[in-house]
Write a protein that binds this ligand. Structure first.
Ligand SMILES: [Zn+2]
Length: 368
């Protein structure tokens, strides 16, 4: 009997189904089996088998995603089925409707069942990990960072880990911002593989930061390692900054978020420098106020937006130092408005920053 049970358990593990979370009997109501199966990145299939003395009338799945949030959000799904004394029911979480989860994320779930006689049963919460099982991942960890990869040797992964660690050091020295909790880096071997991990990938997606999950994913092949290091540094900076300023009230101005990510990458690349030079010559800058909202989708304008963001952050750090930048981030953490935060830390608002930065960038251009 025990052996049979063990065999069933082994079989269910091999099939990728979890063992029953709990088998509970309340007034004859009994959960016979629960199952969960991840079809990354599109779906998670949940199943339940339940029996009772009276007709089962209500089955609900409850689930919650493990991520940074201000209040625990529990989703509740009432299942559709014909009332009966025994019911096998299932529900598919279609990520195309809700947005996807990054690899390595986890979801807690449990079931509640009611019958016509007033019986009620609730299973113990169980956890399912949403992994990208298309690849055999290897891993490397150091400090708060874990790096996962599946193509290339150990030296390739080590080089990326070293780059990530250096990025954290540079960011801390420029801004005082440090990673507060563990972060995961997924290195896909090419951008097509990464796009296969996303629900609605953009054609140009090379890297992505899932800031609320403290996870980044990037497509890096050995022949684009230099680009990959910059992209990883960029996305990692977004993670750190979002951990530092996480608050329920307000987002960061886009220029600050992107400017910090760009400046941690290292010196501005020529394509962006050219955009700045052209904007100086044509007096065609975007205002700091506009740069506080999400950037334009038009390639040329967005290039200039990134270049200007880099330059604004460079201006603030060079002229006012690391401690003010940290103070600015901590002010945003309190949920401050954009003008208020700048005013409090630097003594000027967005328009003031616009003017000061403009004289800084144009005088710098004259010197050059
Ligand atoms: Zn970015």
């Amino acid at each position: 009997m025990k052996r049979l049970l063990l065999l069933i358990l082994v079989a269910s593990l091999v099939l990728g189904f979890s063992a029953p979370a709990t088998v509970q009997a309340v007034d004859g109501l009994q959960v016979l089996d629960t199952s969960v199966q991840v079809d990354f990145p599109m779906k998670v299939n949940f199943g339940l088998s339940v029996a009772g003395a009276a007709d089962i009338t209500d089955i609900r799945l409850h689930y919650t995603v493990d991520r940074m949030s201000h209040a625990e959000v529990i989703s509740e799904v009432p299942l559709k089925f014909e009332p009966a004394a025994q019911v096998d029911a299932g529900w598919t979480w279609d990520m195309r409707k809700t947005g996807g989860l990054p690899p390595g994320s986890s979801v807690s779930y449990w079931w509640t069942v009611r019958d016509a006689a007033g019986g009620e049963v609730e299973t113990e919460p169980a956890m399912v990990r949403v992994d990208d099982t298309r690849y055999s991942w290897r891993s490397l960890s150091e400090g708060l960072l874990a790096l996962y990869w599946y193509e290339g040797d150990e030296a390739f992964a080590r080089e990326l880990m070293d780059t990530a660690q250096q990025a954290l050091v540079r960011l801390a020295s420029d801004t005082g911002a440090e990673l507060e909790s563990p972060a995961e880096i997924y290195i896909y071997a090419r951008s097509e593989d990464l796009r296969g991990a996303m629900i609605f990938p953009q054609e140009w997606t090379g890297g992505v930061a899932y800031t609320r999950f403290s996870t980044i994913a990037i497509g890096i092949s050995p022949d684009n390692l230099d680009w990959g290091k910059r992209a990883m540094t960029h996305e990692l900076t977004h993670l750190v900054i979002h951990q530092v300023v996480f608050n329920p009230y307000n987002d960061l101005p886009t220029w600050l978020d992107e400017g910090l990510a760009m400046s941690t990458e290292g010196p501005l690349e020529p394509v962006f420098v050219n955009m700045l030079v052209r904007a100086i010559n044509e007096n065609g800058f975007i205002t700091v106020r506009s740069l506080s909202s999400p950037f334009s989708a038009y390639a040329e304008e967005s290039l200039l937006a990134y270049a200007q963001s880099y330059s604004l952050v460079d201006f603030l750090i060079n002229n006012y130092g690391q401690s003010r930048m940290l103070e600015l981030l901590n002010t945003f953490r309190q949920g401050s408005g954009y003008d208020e935060a700048l005013q409090k830390v630097y003594g000027f608002d967005m328009d003031g920053l616009n003017e000061l930065w403009f004289s800084y960038i144009t005088s710098k251009a004259l010197i050059r």
